[in-house]
Design a protein around this ligand. Structure first.
Ligand SMILES: [Zn+2]
Length: 255
């Protein structure tokens, strides 16, 4: 699936076989003059803050969201609402099914989302195998296709669940991989993988987002929401979020 979102109007259409999408191949001059960025957007607190950072740097933003078979679709709606609020050129939604092999509590109903555990020393079962590698690969493909050099991802290695694909070493390795596996290698330009939240604590991320106009009531971070779409209050993501808002003397507006 592929959705176009501009000036507050939604228009959905199929990603494949759609001929109305403008490509860099028929607009080379305008692409050279524009400053475009791809922002990976899940609808969670971090990715929406990351979007606000990119917006503050005056990029023409292509938000890239994934329906990958995650436990719930609430975050996708949050991504769409935040993209509308902050303003993006296009909201792209790509669907594929990681439930085919499960292997994560987020993509399998037979695995249970564990309770919040601060300072966990192993990778939890909510880790989705190679998820950020998949997301960044789509991001690089979109960026190359539209003529963008900058790809934003809201990874964080301070207050996080310990996922290997959020760490700086992986991000740098992917940057090298993208620069070798695309036309960048032959044309003499480079992708930048932008990670503005990498070394921020969750409280610092929230402060940054508030300073940039993020409405956190439109974000959703819970791994295992109730059937009504409310945060469970018990998972890692809920725990990290709750502690951060409490440290700032605030109530989580999405809780
Ligand atoms: Zn939760």
């Amino acid at each position: 699936m592929f959705f176009h979102l501009k000036n507050g109007k939604n228009k959905g259409y199929c990603a494949f076989g759609n001929h109305s999408v403008k490509t860099p191949f028929n607009q080379p001059e305008s692409l050279k003059m524009s400053k475009k960025a791809v922002v990976l957007l899940s609808g969670g607190l971090d990715s929406v803050t990351c979007l606000a950072v990119a917006k503050s740097e005056n990029y023409e933003i292509h938000a890239l969201c994934f329906n990958y078979g995650q436990r719930h679709k609430i975050e996708i709606e949050c991504a769409r609402k935040s993209a509308l609020r902050l303003g993006v050129e296009k909201f792209h939604l790509i669907g594929f099914d990681l439930r085919m092999w499960g292997a994560s509590a987020l993509t399998s109903d037979s695995l249970t989302v564990p309770e919040f555990e601060a300072n966990r020393d192993s990778v939890p079962i909510t880790y989705v195998p190679a998820r950020n590698m998949i997301f960044l690969s789509f991001g690089a493909a979109l960026a190359e296709g539209i003529g963008a050099r900058d790809i934003f991802i809201g990874v964080n290695s301070m207050d996080y669940s310990g996922y290997p694909d959020c760490r700086p070493a992986f991000i740098d390795a992917f940057r090298q991989c993208a620069n070798l596996g695309t036309k960048a290698a032959d044309e003499g330009w480079q992708f930048n993988i932008r990670t503005p939240l990498q070394y921020l604590k969750k409280t610092e991320i929230i402060r940054l987002g508030l300073s940039l106009g993020v409405d956190y009531s439109l974000t959703h971070s819970c791994y295992n929401p109730t059937p009504e779409g409310r945060p469970c209050g018990h998972c890692d993501s809920c725990g990290l979020r709750r502690e951060a808002f409490a440290s700032l003397g605030m109530k989580d507006p999405a809780a």
